[in-house]
Write a protein that binds this ligand. Structure first.
Ligand code: BGC
Length: 847
């Protein structure tokens, strides 16, 4: 633990909380995307405002599940506007809406209770991630004033996917009716989207001002007031294409309990819309501003295999703002089909005052434009012209140079992985978008010839079987800390049983499933887990959830040297679904605190809720993302947390994924760069790092513990793995979490291809790999599932260092697999040693 660790005895708000709240508020406008603007905003005066909508008072700070954050307080929109001095003229409406909400919630709880009873289901599992559809209502619109805001909110969470129905991804009839009515009735009207992902806005597209506020954590309401009044301004850009829900290429191939076919292959998001010539509502990279910008003088040059694009951005409007310059490339179709264009990089300007200019530069490797050929088991840069495009959204790019490659070059020679037994990719109809001057631009753009000999071919070598470490001296943990190069000697001195313990998280013997999902640490109350505490002398590292802040309990006591939370870090939403009998049973199971325990001091640990992942990605700002990492890092140090179980960078393949709000983008470059920037922020703190998750293809929540993503290797590598590679290359995190799902029939955590061959052999990842929580438990998967739970021995075989959070049955399985030659995953003592060495290295690096 660093010197900043504290046990806070005062329930009063602390200095770090105030500072972090202000920092979060400052970056929040960078995450907001102005989707439509008619110039009526920002407001010149703070006065009366008519505030409507389900998110006005019941604002959503972030999604539910392990990514939720237990804050002291967060600022709702209503509160933020009041703080700024507005007089809200619709208190009556908001009060009546509270009643509507309460009544519909009661009905919902009764319905779910009944269904769960009929299904004879465990209520906690049954209700996990369940989201209540927003209610229909009929309330008078009578708020005074010229200005109105309607806040439309949607929540989603871990454990279930979103639904394409009214009150979920679609608007209710009441919402549509009121939004259209308000737009007519008030002089200035703004629709504000307090959402973590897509809502189908087709019925209300005609209105003049739409702000995608997002879910911005603790500071949400204050940050909104800042942009409404022009104290700040939105400068985010979409990191996912917004289109009608049936338009996405994953439509019809999403959310199967068993096998989900990724038929669209690499044509995800804008790669699909641009190539198929389909017009989205708003394209990737799109976002308006309170001012206007001009991007000019774009120049492209290449040195030592790196493309450098520079461009000048001028603020041509009357207000300050920030612009994001985006660089895309269009590569030649040849052996492989190619999307119309792909994002190579981006840069955000500093704040530009009216008429101010700035030159920005974006670099990327020539080899980064290669595609994966399964036939050649290699990344190839096909011969032909690569058009380099510069612009401020995927639908507003212009060609500024063409890179010519005369021969097809293999940039990396690999081994095929995660074999897909079927050909499942369906050809995307190529009907690429175009614009008036495109041909002219292509004809007149400067051509840069690449000297093919200057592009290296990397030939990967793959690990074979592990070799046993032989001990040549005994070494204690304390001595090992001074001489970390002696890891092999330390590990060689451990028994099989100790090695097995190191390969699973800290658990209490006889505790079965351990404590509660996502709450299994002995040192920090409410932290999700810890490395083993079973080896005398060896220290452990504590892991706490994210990504929208640090999720731990808000208060705790210490009994018998172990922390005991006073409120559940996971919330107890399921409690309202219990009937009297179940409630009594639960209460009877609760340990009654002794008199001494009651007298023990209470300690407090309040953390700051950050913008959700999608919102951070929308900032297109490494600095803003790093501030988020830095805030989390500050709180990790104070509360003794070493590994943040964040960021989460799964690809937003479908708008219906229940956890999209935690994820960044449909594009791997945005995902990887945002994850790297956040990690950089965390790395400013001693003993702290990130755990990038969930590796890979965790793109749906339906039967998330055992659903199988069936995918071509090209799509797997280019779309779903690439972000992880970028993050690891730019700012290596100390750990990576594998996902629950299977890829082409194998759980990712026991896929040697993914965990060893790609991650370590190809990318050189040096950190530790951990599983997602309880992936080895049969209880967690959907009982209709055709695939089994994962195996702890399989994890060892694959090179997945730790099965989390750790259960006795995991240890038993590992020890059995050592002896039983008929076991599906036969492992050796050398496998165990290699895995344990990775854990020891992780701990040494962080304690
Ligand atoms: C989630 C992870 C999380 C873990 C620990 C799992 O259910 O999928 O994202 O880090 O729990 O709470």
């Amino acid at each position: 633990m660093t010197g900043k660790f504290r046990r806070i005895e005062s329930p009063e708000i602390q200095e770090y909380e105030k500072e972090n709240m202000e920092r979060a508020r400052k970056i929040a406008p960078e995450c907001m995307v102005l989707l439509k603007s008619n110039g009526d905003f920002p407001l010149d005066n703070i006065g009366k405002i008519a505030l409507y909508g389900n998110g006005a008072r019941h604002t959503i700070k972030g999604g539910t599940g392990s990514g939720d954050v237990n804050t002291r307080h967060f600022v709702t929109i209503e509160e933020g506007l009041e703080n700024a001095g507005f007089i809200i003229t619709t208190s009556e409406w908001l009060g009546m809406y509270d009643q509507v909400k309460e009544e519909s919630h009661k009905k919902y709880v009764d319905k779910v209770k009944k269904e769960a009873k009929e299904a004879n289901a465990n209520i906690a599992m049954y209700t996990m991630g369940m989201v209540e559809d927003e209610p229909e209502y009929e309330l008078p619109i009578e708020g005074e004033g010229d200005v109105a805001v309607y806040v439309l909110a949607r929540v989603s969470g871990e454990g279930s996917d979103r639904r394409d129905c009214n009150g979920a991804v679609r608007l209710t009839m009441a919402e549509t009716r009121d939004i259209l009515e308000l737009n007519k009735k008030y002089k200035r009207f703004m629709l504000v989207l307090n959402v973590g992902g897509l809502v189908n806005l087709e019925p209300v597209l005609g209105i003049g001002n739409i702000l995608l506020l997002g879910q911005l954590g603790s500071a949400t309401g204050n940050a909104f007031a800042d942009v409404l009044t022009g104290k700040s301004y939105p400068s985010g850009k979409l990191a996912m294409t917004w289109a009608g829900t049936s338009e996405y290429p994953s439509s019809g191939n999403f959310g199967d309990i068993n096998d989900t076919y990724y038929k669209e292959g690499i044509y995800v998001g804008y790669r699909y819309f641009d190539t198929a010539g389909k017009t989205p509502l708003w394209p990737l990279g799109f976002g308006l501003s309170y001012t206007s910008f001009e991007i000019k003088n774009a120049k492209v040059d290449i040195a030592e295999g790196v493309v450098n694009v520079t461009a000048t951005v001028k603020n041509t409007g009357n207000r300050p703002g920030k612009e994001v310059v985006q660089v895309y490339y269009s590569s030649p179709a040849g052996l492989l089909g190619k999307p119309y264009q792909e994002l190579a990089g981006y840069a955000k300007t500093k704040e530009l005052a009216s008429q101010e200019s700035q030159q920005v530069s974006i670099t990327f490797k020539v080899s980064g434009m290669a595609s994966y050929s399964e036939d050649r088991a290699a990344y190839i840069l096909e011969k032909g012209f690569y058009d380099i495009r510069v612009g401020n959204s995927s639908r507003n790019t212009h060609i500024y140079a063409r890179i010519r490659i005369d021969e097809t070059i293999e940039t990396e020679v690999c081994r095929n992985i995660c074999e897909c037994q079927e050909i499942i990719t369906e050809d995307t109809v190529v009907n690429c978008i175009s614009y008036a001057d495109e041909e002219y631009e292509r004809d007149t753009a400067p051509v840069i010839n690449i000297d093919c000999a200057s592009i290296n071919t990397v030939v990967h070598r793959y690990s074979g079987d592990a070799e046993e470490f032989i001990q040549n001296k005994t070494i204690s943990w304390e001595k090992l800390k001074e001489n970390p190069q002696e890891i092999e000697n330390y590990v060689a001195g451990l028994t099989d049983s100790q090695l097995a313990d190191i390969c699973i998280g800290a658990y209490m013997e006889g505790d079965g499933m351990g404590s509660v999902v996502g709450n299994a640490s002995y040192k920090t109350a409410g932290a999700a887990g810890e490395t083993t505490n079973h080896i005398d002398g060896m220290e452990s590292v504590v892991m706490a959830d994210g990504p929208a802040g640090v999720r731990i309990s808000t208060s705790y006591k210490i009994t018998g040297g172990v922390v005991k939370e006073q409120q559940s870090s996971l919330g107890s939403q399921f409690i309202e679904f219990l009937d009297e009998e179940q409630m009594e049973q639960m209460m009877a199971m609760m340990p009654v605190p002794s008199k001494e325990e009651e007298d023990l001091p209470v300690y407090y640990q309040y953390c700051t809720a950050l913008p959700v992942g999608t919102a951070i990605a929308q900032s297109y700002s490494d600095e803003a993302a790093a501030v988020c990492g830095d805030i989390a890092g500050t709180e990790m140090e104070i509360f003794g947390i070493n590994l943040w179980l964040a960021p989460a960078l799964n690809i937003q393949r479908s708008p219906f994924c229940g956890r999209n709000f935690e994820y960044f983008s449909e594009d791997p470059v945005i995902s990887g760069k945002t994850a790297a920037a956040i990690t950089k922020g965390v790395h400013r703190h001693k003993g702290c790092s990130t755990t990038i998750k969930h590796f890979a293809c965790n793109n749906q929540e339906t039967n998330r513990y055992a659903s199988n993503s069936i995918i071509s290797e090209r799509a797997l590598r280019e779309i779903y793995l690439e972000g992880f590679r970028i993050c690891i290359e730019e700012e290596e995190p100390a750990a990576l979490m594998t996902s629950y799902n299977l890829v082409n029939g194998e759980h990712t955590c026991s896929s040697r291809d993914l965990v060893t061959h790609v991650l370590r052999d190809e990318w050189g990842f040096k950190g530790a790999v951990i599983t997602d929580w309880y992936v080895t438990s049969a209880m967690m998967k959907d009982q209709r599932s055709k695939y089994n739970e994962a195996s702890a021995a399989g994890c060892v075989k694959a090179g997945n260092n730790i099965t989390m959070p750790g259960m006795e049955q995991d240890k038993k399985e590992i020890l059995n697999a050592l002896k039983d030659t008929s076991f599906k995953y036969k492992i050796t003592r050398a496998d165990l040693q290699r895995n344990a060495a990775g854990v020891v290295k992780l701990v040494l690096g962080l304690v």
